[in-house]
Design a protein around this ligand. Sequence first.
Ligand code: NIG
Ligand code: FE
Length: 410
Amino acid sequence: MSSILIQNIKTLWQTDSGNRKIVKGRAMSAIPCINNAWLLIENNRISGFGAMGTGAERANIMIDATGKMVLPAWCDSHTHLVFAAKREEEFEMRIKGKSYEEIANAGGGILNSVKKLQEMPEDELFDKAFFRLNELIEKGTGAIEIKSGYGLNVNAELKMLRVIRKLKEHSKILIKATFLGAHAIPVEYINNRENYIRLITEEMLPKIGAEGLADYCDVFCEKGYFTNNETDIILQAAARFNLKPKIHVNQFSSSGGVQTGIKNNALTVDHLELLDDTEINCLLNSNTLPVALPSCSFFINIPYTPGRKIIDAGLPLVLASDYNPGSSPSGNMAFVIALACVKMNLTPEEAINAATINGAAAMELENEVGTIAIGKKASIIITKKINSLAEIPYSFGSDLIERVMVSGEW
Ligand code: NIG
Ligand code: FE
C-alpha cells in the first residue's frame, strides 16, 4: 500500500469530519484549520490528519512542510476548456474601443470559435485541451467542469463531449461534462431559430443521453442568445435525460433567467453580473447556487457580480474561472480569488471557501473533494513558505503554490 505522510505543516486548512457540504453567509468567513499538522495519504485518498505529536508517524514517503500550508485543491465549476484557438485579435479590438457584444454581433465572439472548432480534428482538439488541463492542475485546480458549446451542430457538439470524455480517461483530475449546445444561434439558423432549438431537443440531447456524454445542460440565457422561454424548453428536454441545469444568466441583461433556472432545479446559475434583490430572494428560497466569474468581468471590463451582497444575504457563493478564449483566457483560480477579494470585497477566507468546498458542491463532488476529510481524494495544494492565508490573494500574479497533488498523484 502506498502511503505519504506530510509533516510539520504550518497550517492545514479546510479540515472537515466529512459532514460539511457547503458554507453560506456569515459562516463563509471562517475556515477550520489545524496548526502544526500532519496529513496522511493512503491509496490516493486522505486517510488521516491531526496535530503533530498525535497519531501517524511513519509512511513510505515522508514530506516535510515546515513553514508551508496545505489546502484542498481548487474546484473550478465553470470552464470552456475545449476550444480550437485563442482570440487575441478580439482583445485588441476591445482595446481600441469595440465592446464584447459589438464584436459578437459582427460575427466574432462565440461564432468565431465555432468555425475553428468545427474544422479541427478530434485528436488535435484533445491534445490542446489536455495541455491546458495540465497547466491548470499546476496552478492548483483539482476538480473541474468543462462545457461543450463551440460545436453548434450535432457532430461538432458530440466531438467536443467526446474530447471531454477522453480527458476524463487520461487525467487523474475529476471532471464533470456540461452540454452547452445552446451557446449561440448558429449562422445557418439565424432566420429559423426554432429549428435549432428543435435540433438541440430532438437530436443532440437524445444522442448525448444515449451515450452518457454529459452530466449537466447549460444555456446562454441572454439578450441576443437564448430567450427565457427557449431556455425553459431546452432545460425541460434536458431533464428527460437526467441532465440538471447549470446555466449562464444575467451577464449583460436580466430577463427572468435566474427564476427560470430555479424553476428547472438548476444546480447553479452562473455570471450574475446583474442581480437585483428580487433575484437574491428567489435564490434564498431555492437550492440553486450562485456562481461568480470575476476573471470574465476583469477581462471584458464589465461589472463584477455583487458577491459581497450575495454572502451578506446569507447565500452560499461559488467562484469559478470561466476559462474560455473570449471572455476569460485564463483558468488561474488564485487570480480569481484575488479578484474576488479586491473587486468584490470578499475576505480571503470567503473567497477560498467559494473556490474549494462550494466549488465542489457546484459540481456535486462534495463527497470527493473540496475539504480535507478522511476518505476524500487526495487533491491538495502545498504552498511555498507563507505567513498567512491572505498572502495568496495579496501576492496576486506570483505563484505561491509549490506542489499540487491530484487524486494522490503529484
Ligand atoms: O461564459 N457568456 C457566454 N459564454 C462565455 C464566453 C464565450 C466566448 O466568448 O467564447 C462566457 O463568458
Ligand atoms: Fe461561461
